[in-house]
Design a protein around this ligand. Structure first.
Ligand code: IVH
Length: 693
């Protein structure tokens, strides 16, 4: 029985909204991980953007939802490369999909800056390159560092790799500033991509799904020689840190960069919605003729003083947006619907397609998400369907062409048994996913759990790829995560079958044991994440690690919380991101004897150390509640609010005893009176600016 623990009351949003928001954050985080760390996108850009936009919509409507999670872009850096802290954060872009939304972007800029209706907002429109973003740092005009975006705050040092890219200048001319960070996109041309994939296939290697993944995979190579052999390009489009201002407009930035030898795409300066849409149509038409992939057009406010005033919202600049192209589609037939078993037992239906080329890439599988989706779209085996692939990613079935039906199509019947282990496949009330009940006895789940355990954000063990895990599992050498740490000490002969299977041994064996031994010391949040508990993603694992400090404390607390009431349960629910459902999954994990056995075995092999949660901003207004009232003269209300929030303040619409500051502009009325009656500190607009400057 779960008792009702009152959650902290919120004036701003309902629990429903919060649940939806957290769910979105979780899903997006997961997609980010697959996209940025594994270079294997799980959904189309279109689907991703839809979810992201919904998330941003919620944040805009209920600003108190904004947690650090929503400010996170991309995924944390992968191991193996040095980390680089970006002096100026590398962020992403909001999206628009239509003329109305593009107009909406311009209107918002105008409102934010308080511009008149007829004032022209000139935008630089440039192609949105589908590659991976990179920051090039020049000091005294010498290229000293190149870094990936990573999670926006911290990326990977890929200097050695980037120095092999021929079109990137190693030196800048004398008139360039002493410090200059050029941000841009590393990409692979279509021609280079096709040549690379032909070569991959000849070598019996897996081809890359698309040029973007090929570029990312080529740059993120510990062996620089591999990068050197790949034909990569670069286009500059923005700046990071710089020691002096050398431009007034985005156009001038582009001109200067081009003068200094940085490759630049073509662009167009648009002054009206007609020009914006005309350019959009032109670029869309010329898209197939370009030698690189683009997935939209980026609009940037041309005036840099306006850019500075517009600033950023959590993930992206207010002064820029991406106008995305529609996804590419093709028509093919569903030959079968297979079921994929995940590590938590989730059974995901996948359509096997008659292979078809969609936007230059051969597609033979499409995810069908879950049985409700199949029913909603009435997808049947043998159906002719429209499949869609956007930029990267696992293709989707958009719709069935029912006119093509012959009557021989078969309705998909959800399995009541796991296709792998034969255990019951059950869909619980309120869950869209059907799950295998085989638990620890389902081989497929066990293998998927092992893959998760060694994945980049978990133990990050190089040399234990999917295939090799499968082999170790089949040979009975690794049955659970603890076995990984006993491998080296095991009888050497036991490895013989693996050596035969994989053509493995010698150096790869030595390297594998080295990377396993490297991970005998691990930080608690990675350890918790590696356990693969349902709903416990990377961010939640961090929160648990910082709350409970040790694995023993966490284990004990989960045992104490088993009655779903009392202090231990209340403490658990109080952890950000842990609702009753995630709490239930955690408690259930620690209630299983076999999990505790594996945990104990792991503990005997590992040194698990505590995790320090990074602290938030220490600006003078961080954590303060501020109310703006009256007419502000030096900035619009939106601008004032945005700036306050960047500094960690909470902006509220009404004055109460909890308010820390009321910033009173001209003609302030009732809110000012209320502040005075409640003895709340009142600041003039200038006082406020002085305080935060
Ligand atoms: S501007 C602060 N311009 O798209 C502004 N980004 O979805 C940062 N991208 O992270 C980005 N072409 O990797 C900009 N012409 C362009 C771009 C571009 C591709 C990428 C970039 C960014 C992502 C956002």
């Amino acid at each position: 029985m779960s008792s009702k623990i009152p959650k902290t009351a919120s004036f701003f949003h309902s629990e429903e909204v919060e649940k939806e928001y957290k769910n979105l954050i979780r899903i997006l985080g997961n997609y980010d991980h697959w996209y940025h760390v594994k270079d294997k996108p799980q959904v189309s850009d279109y689907e991703y953007d839809k979810l992201k936009n919904r998330m941003l919509e919620l944040v805009e409507k209920y600003p108190d939802l904004a947690t650090k999670a929503s400010a996170k872009v991309g995924a944390a850096p992968s191991k193996g490369f040095q980390k680089v802290r970006h002096a100026v954060a590398m962020l992403s872009l909001s999206n628009v999909f239509s003329e109305e939304e593009a107009q909406g972007f311009v209107d918002k800029v105008r409102r934010f800056l308080g511009l008149a209706e007829d004032e022209i907002v000139a935008l630089v429109a440039e192609p949105k390159i589908d590659g991976l973003s990179c920051s090039l740092r020049y000091e005294n005009r010498v290229l000293v560092q190149a870094a990936t975006r990573g999670d926006g705050g911290e990326g990977e040092d890929i200097t050695a790799n980037v120095k092999t890219i021929a079109c990137i200048p190693q030196n800048l001319p004398d008139d360039a500033p002493d410090i200059l960070e050029v941000r841009g996109e590393i990409y692979m041309s279509r021609k280079a991509f096709n040549a690379l994939n032909t070569a991959q296939l000849e070598k019996g290697k897996e081809p890359f799904a698309n040029p973007r993944n090929a570029a990312a995979g080529s740059v993120r190579q510990l062996d620089v020689k591999v990068t050197e052999g790949r034909d990569l390009g670069f286009f500059g489009y923005a700046l990071g840190e710089m020691s002096e201002n050398f431009a007034q407009t985005q156009e001038e930035i582009r001109q200067k960069l081009a003068q200094w030898g940085i490759p630049e795409t073509s662009y167009k300066l648009c002054r009206s919605i007609e020009e914006i849409m005309g350019n959009y149509e032109d670029v869309l038409k010329s898209r197939p003729d370009l030698d690189y992939e683009i997935d939209g057009i980026v609009y940037k406010v041309n005036r840099l003083d306006w850019q500075a005033r517009l600033g950023f919202i959590s993930r992206s600049p207010r002064w820029a947006t991406a106008h995305k192209f529609p996804a590419e589609q093709a028509i093919t037939r569903i030959e079968a619907i297979d079921i994929q078993v995940g590590r938590t037992g989730a059974l995901t239906p996948v359509a096997r397609l008659l292979p078809i080329t969609v936007g230059g890439v051969v597609v033979s599988n499409a995810t069908l998400h879950n049985e409700d989706e199949i029913a909603r779209k009435d997808i049947r085996i043998g159906d002719t369907v429209v499949v869609q692939r956007a930029g990267d990613v696992i293709p989707q079935v958009v719709e069935v062409i029912t006119e093509e039906r012959t009557g021989a199509e078969e309705i998909f019947k959800p399995l009541d048994k796991c296709p792998d282990c034969g255990a019951h496949a059950v869909r619980e009330e309120g869950d869209v996913i059907r799950r295998c009940r085989g638990g620890m006895t389902c081989p497929k789940q066990a293998i998927e759990r092992l893959k998760h355990f060694v994945s980049r954000l978990a133990f990050d063990i190089d040399g234990l790829g999917d295939k090799i895990i499968q082999s170790f599992w089949e040979e009975g050498l690794i049955k659970n995560p603890a076995d990984i740490f006993m491998l080296e000490a095991s009888n050497k002969d036991s490895l013989t079958p693996i050596r035969a299977r994989e053509g493995w041994g010698g150096l790869s064996e030595k390297n594998l044991f080295e990377s396993i031994n490297d991970r005998r010391s691990i930080v608690l949040n990675r350890f918790i994440y590696a356990l693969g508990i349902r709903q416990i993603g990377e961010a939640t694992a961090k929160r648990l690690a910082s709350t409970y400090a040790t694995i023993d404390a966490l284990t004990l607390a989960m045992v104490q919380a088993q009655d779903h009431e009392g202090e231990a349960y209340a403490d658990l629910i109080a952890v950000e991101d842990i609702g009753p459902a995630a709490a239930q999954d955690l408690i259930a994990f620690f209630a299983e004897d076999h999990n505790i056995t594996v945990l104990d075995a792991l503990k005997s092999h590992l040194d698990i150390h505590p995790y320090d949660m990074p602290q938030v901003s220490d600006s003078p207004v961080a954590g303060k509640i501020v109310v703006f009232t009256g007419t502000l003269v030096q900035m619009t209300r939106a601008e004032a609010k945005a700036k306050a929030e960047i500094l960690g303040a909470k902006v509220s619409g009404s004055v109460s005893k909890k308010t820390d500051f009321v910033v009173a502009g001209e003609d302030a009325g009732s809110k000012l009176k209320k502040a005075q009656s409640l003895d709340v500190t009142v600041l003039s607009e200038q006082d406020w600016l002085d305080l935060i400057s």
